[in-house]
Write a protein that binds this ligand. Structure first.
Ligand SMILES: Cc1cc2nc3c(=O)[nH]c(=O)nc-3n(C[C@H](O)[C@H](O)[C@H](O)COP(=O)(O)OP(=O)(O)OC[C@H]3O[C@@H](n4cnc5c(N)ncnc54)[C@H](O)[C@@H]3O)c2cc1C
Length: 383
C-alpha cells in the first residue's frame, strides 16, 4: 500500500495554525512543530476583517470566533488634536462579519481546533536537509522527522526563509508599536468621562494610535500605536516593557481622550517593527513559506495576520487541486495567486496611508479567496 504523504508546518502562530487546520480538515496528514513550550494571552488585540472571517467559515470556526469579539460598524480616523473625523469606513457589508478581538483568544481557538496528537511544542527547528525524495527536519532537542513537504509559517525570522534565500536579518522600520489593555474600573471611568469609539485610529503629527474593544461584552479596550523611534536593543525578544511616562511624552499635546487612554492603560509594552522587501521566491523544492516568513509588514493596516491566513487558504486550495505528488505546480500556483495581493497590502501597510482619508476598503475586505478562479494547471506548468 502507498504510504500517505506527510506535511510538516513549522510554527503554530496565527498563519501556521490556520494552514494546519485547513489542511487537516481537507484530509491531509499534517504535523505542526512549534518552538514555544506553550502559548499565553499576551495583551494584544487584532482585527479580523471579512476577508479573513470567510476563511474561518471554511475552517468551521466562524461562529465561535464571532462570539469572542466586538463588531464595530465603522473604522473611524480622527485628527489627533481636534478629534475631527478624517474618514469613516463601513466595516460590515462584505459577506462576513468584521470583528476586533483579543489576539490570544483567537489564537487559542485556532490551536484547540487542531489535532492535538499532531501538535508538537518545544520543537525549535535547527536544520533542514532536503533531497529529491523527502525532507529531514532536526530540532534543537535533538529529535528529527522525515516528511514529504514543509510549510514555513515560522514568522519574520523564519528558518525556512533562510534556506530559500540565505541568512539576512529583517530591517528595522524606524518605528515601534506600544500595546496596552484597559479593563475593569479604569475602563468604566474612562467610558464615563469620554466617548470611546468602537474602532478608531487617531492620527497625531507623524504618529498614530489605534484603539478598539477586544471582547463581545466590550469589557476590554486596547490600543496599539505607531511611533517613530531610534533602534531598540531587545536582546532577541519581540518586545520590552514600556510605561505611562514614555507614552505621555510620545503623545504630548495630543487630544485629551488619547491622554486619558494612556493614563487608564495597564502593562504597556513596546514592540520594534521590522520588515523585509518582497521576496523573489516563495518556495524551493519541497519547502514553501507563508505569512510573516514571506511578507512581513508594519501592522498599520491590521492585515499582517490576515495575509498569513489568506496564504494558508490559497496554499490549501492549490494542494487540493494538484495533489501532493505535484507539489511543484501547487507551489507555483500558490505564489501566482498570492504575490500581487500580499505585496500590495505590504506596500500600503508600510506606507501607513490606509483609511487616513476617505477611501473604499472593498479591495481588502470584500475579497473572497474561495471565489478566486484558480489558474489552469497547464498554464502554470508552462510558465
Ligand atoms: C504591534 C503589532 C500589531 C499587529 N496587529 C495586527 C492586526 O490587528 N491584524 C493583523 O492581521 N495583523 C496584525 N499584526 C501582524 C501579525 O501579528 C503578523 O502578521 C502575524 O502574526 C503573522 O503570522 P505568522 O503565523 O506568519 O507568524 P507568527 O505569528 O510570528 O508565528 C510564527 C510562529 O513560528 C514559531 N517559530 C519561529 N521560529 C521557529 C522555529 N525555528 N522552529 C519552530 N517554531 C518557530 C514562533 O514561535 C511562532 O509561534 C500585528 C503585529 C504587530 C507587531
Amino acid at each position: 500500500m502507498k504510504k500517505a504523504k506527510k506535511i510538516a508546518v513549522i510554527g503554530a502562530g496565527l498563519g501556521g495554525a490556520a494552514v494546519a487546520r485547513l489542511l487537516q480538515r481537507s484530509g491531509f496528514d499534517v504535523d505542526v512543530y512549534e518552538q514555544a513550550s506553550t502559548f499565553s494571552r499576551i495583551g494584544a488585540g487584532i482585527h479580523v476583517g471579512p476577508n479573513i472571517m470567510k476563511i474561518f467559515r471554511e475552517m468551521g470556526l466562524e461562529k465561535e470566533l464571532t462570539e469572542l469579539g466586538a463588531e464595530p460598524d465603522q473604522w473611524i480616523s480622527r485628527h489627533g488634536q481636534t478629534a475631527d473625523v478624517l474618514a469613516d469606513a463601513n466595516l460590515q457589508n462584505y459577506g462576513a462579519t468584521y470583528i476586533t478581538v483579543h489576539r490570544g483568544d483567537m489564537h487559542a481557538l485556532q490551536i484547540e481546533s487542531l489535532d492535538q496528537q499532531k501538535l508538537h511544542y518545544g520543537k525549535r527547528l535547527e536544520k533542514v536537509e532536503q533531497n529529491s525524495n523527502d525532507v529531514t527536519l532536526t530540532f534543537i532537542d535533538g529529535t528529527a522527522v522525515t516528511v514529504d513537504l514543509v510549510i514555513g509559517a515560522d514568522g519574520i525570522n523564519s528558518k525556512i526563509r533562510e534556506i530559500l534565500l540565505g541568512e539576512e536579518a529583517p530591517t528595522y522600520s524606524g518605528w515601534v508599536a506600544h500595546r496596552a489593555l484597559i479593563k475593569g474600573e479604569k475602563l468604566k471611568k474612562l467610558e464615563a468621562e469620554h466617548q470611546l469609539d468602537d474602532c478608531v485610529k487617531w492620527w497625531y503629527q507623524d504618529r498614530h494610535m489605534m484603539a478598539y474593544y477586544t471582547t463581545k461584552e466590550k469589557d476590554e479596550y486596547y490600543y496599539v500605536t505607531g511611533v517613530p523611534h531610534p533602534p531598540l536593543d531587545t536582546q532577541g525578544r519581540s518586545f520590552l516593557p514600556s510605561n505611562h511616562q514614555e507614552m505621555l511624552t510620545a503623545f504630548e499635546g495630543a487630544h485629551p481622550r488619547i491622554q486619558a487612554m494612556i493614563e487608564a492603560s495597564e502593562d504597556i509594552t513596546i514592540w520594534p517593527l521590522n520588515s523585509r522587501n518582497p521576496l523573489p521566491i516563495w518556495s524551493t523544492g519541497r519547502l514553501v513559506i507563508i505569512g510573516d516568513a514571506c511578507h512581513p509588514m508594519k501592522p498599520h493596516m491590521a492585515q499582517g495576520a490576515g495575509m498569513a491566513i489568506e496564504d494558508g487558504a490559497m496554499l490549501t486550495r492549490c494542494l487540493l487541486k494538484t495533489g501532493l505528488d505535484d507539489y511543484e505546480t501547487a507551489f507555483k500556483l500558490y505564489e501566482h495567486h498570492r504575490k500581487a495581493r500580499a505585496t500590495r497590502v505590504q506596500t500600503v501597510s508600510n506606507a501607513n496611508t490606509f483609511l487616513k482619508q476617505p477611501e473604499n476598503p472593498a479591495w481588502v475586505y470584500g475579497y473572497d479567496i474561495y471565489a478566486e478562479e484558480i489558474q489552469s494547471l497547464q498554464d502554470i506548468r508552462n510558465s
